[in-house]
Design a binder for this molecule. Structure first.
Ligand SMILES: [Zn+2]
Ligand SMILES: [Zn+2]
Length: 347
């Protein structure tokens, strides 16, 4: 089968590799629609390092069952998605007490590194039967592939306890920032502001009603304007979704005393942190990666019931062969694309 393999820095190659084999346990899936994650862009950039060279990425997907393995409730041809990365099951005693490291049902992520499980940037992939979810008939492949990136911001906003009356500030209008804003609104936040340097992405969020107000990240008076917008004291909740130093430090300056600050953006290299501001603010910082299996299922249900829209973020398709171009496009700071997906040929 064909698979897209990380062959070097900013270089993905389509190679011929062995198909996953049926073992009576795992579910074998034929890929149909696979999203390009923001995290994948870092893997692509660092493609000449031992951790990532040889990686078959892909963890946001929809496909059809070829072999249901141990899942007696599934049959060949059923459309499925899978939970590819999770912090825990969300249902055992440890998970219910937020001690995800002690979860007994935890499974390694797929498509994240060369040593990990292969992902879905390939014609077929193999998935743990416990993590396969049937896609409801009301849900498109694009929506199903969007559940994964939507689940992290859901987990963050829910965990932070954002609610009616709160003022929320989001840094970054990519997929994670957009969903963070959208979930903040969903959970009742009174006022959601966004800081973005890419004008198109910022305006898109404003037009879609994900945010109440947009601020230009390049504005020299940004801090003054943010403090004014918060009512003078700073924001109750700040969600940093860019992984860059400037927004992280601005996040602390624009937050109120004891504010809760979420670090969601990924920085692949260490970034400078102005700790004195955090000290004076007694800031409560928490970093987030992933979600529980239970949270993935909650998001899936809300999307299936049309209570939460994810389809607005789909910005076009590519093929295995045009992946490098798609990555270049998504990597560009002026790109109009938010979420691109590989569309595999259907037979
Ligand atoms: Zn992802
Ligand atoms: Zn658990």
């Amino acid at each position: 089968m064909k698979a897209a393999v990380v062959a070097g820095a900013k270089n993905i190659e389509v190679q011929e590799i062995n198909k996953p084999v049926s073992d009576g346990k795992n579910v074998i899936v034929k890929s149909q629609t696979v999203g390009i994650c923001g995290g994948d862009i870092h893997v692509w950039e660092l493609g000449d390092t031992p951790t990532y060279k040889g990686t078959i990425m892909g963890h946001e997907h929809a496909g059809v069952v070829v072999d249901p393995g141990a899942r007696t409730d599934l049959k060949a041809g059923d459309r499925v998605t899978t939970i590819p990365v999770s912090v825990g099951c969300g249902m055992c005693t440890a998970c219910l007490e937020h001690r995800y490291d002690e979860c007994t049902n935890r499974i390694t992520g797929m498509g994240l590194s060369a040593a990990g499980l292969p992902g879905s940037y390939a014609e077929y992939f193999s998935a743990d039967p416990q993590l396969v979810r049937k896609i409801p008939d009301t849900m498109t492949n694009e929506e199903a592939a969007m559940i994964e990136p939507c689940a992290t911001p859901y987990s963050v906003v829910k965990d932070m306890g954002i609610k009616r009356g709160d003022k929320v500030l989001v840094f970054g209008g990519g997929i994670i920032g957009s969903f963070s804003a959208q979930w903040s609104k969903y959970f009742g936040a009174d006022y959601v502001a966004m800081v973005e340097v890419n004008e198109y992405r910022g305006k898109k969020n404003l037009d879609e009603g994900n945010i109440d107000e947009l601020f230009d990240g390049k504005d020299p008076d940004l801090l003054k304007k943010l403090l004014k917008a918060s009512g003078g004291k700073g924001f109750d909740y700040v969600l940093e979704c860019t992984g860059h130093a400037e927004p992280l430090n601005m996040a602390m300056m624009a937050s109120k005393m004891y504010a809760r600050i979420a670090i969601i953006g990924v920085a692949v290299k260490p970034i400078p942190f102005n700790n004195i501001v955090a000290l004076f603010k007694r800031a409560r910082l928490q970093a987030y990666l992933g979600y529980t299996n239970a949270e993935f299922d909650e998001v899936m249900k809300l999307v299936a019931e049309k209570k939460f829209d994810v389809s607005r973020h789909y910005s076009g398709g590519c093929t295995l062969e045009t992946l490098n171009e798609a990555f270049e496009e998504l990597h560009s700071p002026t790109s109009h694309k938010v979420k691109m997906m590989i569309q595999f040929p259907r037979d």
